[in-house]
Design a protein around this ligand. Structure first.
Ligand code: 5GP
Ligand code: ZN
Length: 130
């Protein structure tokens, strides 16, 4: 099994915000649910459409998920694509983003894809970092 990346703080699922949303202990506006994935609206949206797509099973980040369970990774992407279609984003496009670790600005250590769309999203990064 691939280990967690060095920067991923260990989180027990019982302490994990998104595990608690999966368990129904914390409310969320769910837009799609499958046997293995959940999609719900971000509480602080950064675009007209801002949906978080997660595996129900706890993985800290996308690297750990992809290394440990490629099939589940594909299910997360398929759910994101279905939500993009439901939200009418396929024509004009959208952004799908996994913030990962400290440099990536990850704040919740249960892997989640940000599905963003509904308006032009601007440059990928705020500025040129090179
Ligand atoms: P990160 O910075 O880890 O990539 O993104 C975490 C996201 O989770 C943020 O966009 C934040 O607004 C969202 N978030 C944090 N707490 C909650 C919550 O309790 N409910 C929902 N729906 N989203 C949340
Ligand atoms: Zn979790």
């Amino acid at each position: 099994m691939a280990g967690a990346l060095p920067y991923t703080a260990p989180v027990s699922p019982t302490d994990c915000l998104f595990c608690r949303i999966v368990a129904g202990e914390i409310p969320a506006t769910v837009v799609r649910e499958t046997g293995t994935t959940l999609a719900f609206r971000d509480i602080d949206p950064k675009a007209p459409v801002h949906v978080l797509v997660i595996p129900k099973e706890h993985y800290a980040d996308v690297a750990t998920l992809a290394q440990d369970d490629p099939g589940l990774t594909a299910e997360v992407l398929a759910t994101a694509a279905a939500v993009a279609e439901d939200e009418g984003l396929l024509g004009d496009g959208f952004r799908l983003m996994f913030n990962t670790g400290a440099y990536g600005g990850q704040e919740v250590f249960h892997v989640h894809a940000h599905l963003l769309g509904g308006a032009p999203l601007g440059p990928m990064l705020a500025g040129n970092l090179t």
